[in-house]
Ligand binder design. Structure first.
Ligand SMILES: Cc1cc2nc3c(=O)[nH]c(=O)nc-3n(C[C@H](O)[C@H](O)[C@H](O)COP(=O)(O)O)c2cc1C
Length: 179
């Protein structure tokens, strides 16, 4: 494998762990492709200036991103020079996935970060891990439970990002001055 000098941050807001696992899988794809990849929860990131690309995601609750992920999006939006950014949301549950239309309100985050792409991935609900209040909401909206994450789709998207980063700058350590 050719080691790249491109530093990529992968961060995912997650309440019950399912979206954090998506972030880890995306990170594995990027590091497998030779990028210097940091996978870290959004509340641990205070500065994005050390990264050449950011992949930022969040679980969706009541149609919105989690606060920590929104805060990190703000940091990304303020970064100077701008950092190329990709966004993902994970929420819809079931087959076919529900909610099926506009499961998340990310329009402002997309604009503020000038994100290259935003993907919505199906999520996971393990009812045994939820609070009483969360379970009550799910009963009210008649949501299914189960793990609907499509790892092939997630890895495919991560590969597309890896390809794009490879086109942006040379990745060979044979030319470290340009890498
Ligand atoms: C109380 C509750 C509300 C939810 N609201 C939404 C929603 O509005 N839209 C959506 O797409 N998914 C919604 N979901 C599904 C979660 O986003 C999904 O389970 C996700 O995979 C959770 O990720 P996490 O384990 O990283 O927290 C909701 C789940 C719960 C428990």
């Amino acid at each position: 494998m050719i080691e790249s000098t491109i530093r990529v941050l992968v961060s995912a807001g997650s309440k019950h762990g399912a979206t954090a696992e998506i972030g880890e899988r995306i990170g594995s794809v990027l590091s497998g492709r030779g990028y210097r990849t940091t996978v870290s929860p959004p509340d641990r990131i205070e500065d994005v200036s050390g990264f050449d690309a950011v992949i930022l995601g969040s679980a969706v609750y009541a149609g919105h991103w989690m606060e920590a992920a929104k805060d990190l999006a703000e940091l990304v939006a303020e970064a100077s020079p701008p950092v190329p950014t990709w966004l993902f949301s994970s929420g819809p549950i079931g087959d076919p996935p529900k909610p099926d239309e506009d499961p998340v309100d990310v329009a402002e985050i997309l604009t503020a970060t000038s994100a290259r792409d935003h993907r919505v991935f199906s999520g996971k609900i393990d009812k045994s891990k939820l609070s009483f209040g969360e379970r009550a909401i799910l009963v009210a909206v008649r949501a299914a439970d189960g793990d609907f994450r499509d790892w092939d789709e997630i890895e495919g998207w991560a590969s597309e990002i890896a390809d794009e980063l490879g086109r942006r700058r040379p990745t060979s350590t044979l030319r470290p001055d340009q890498g």
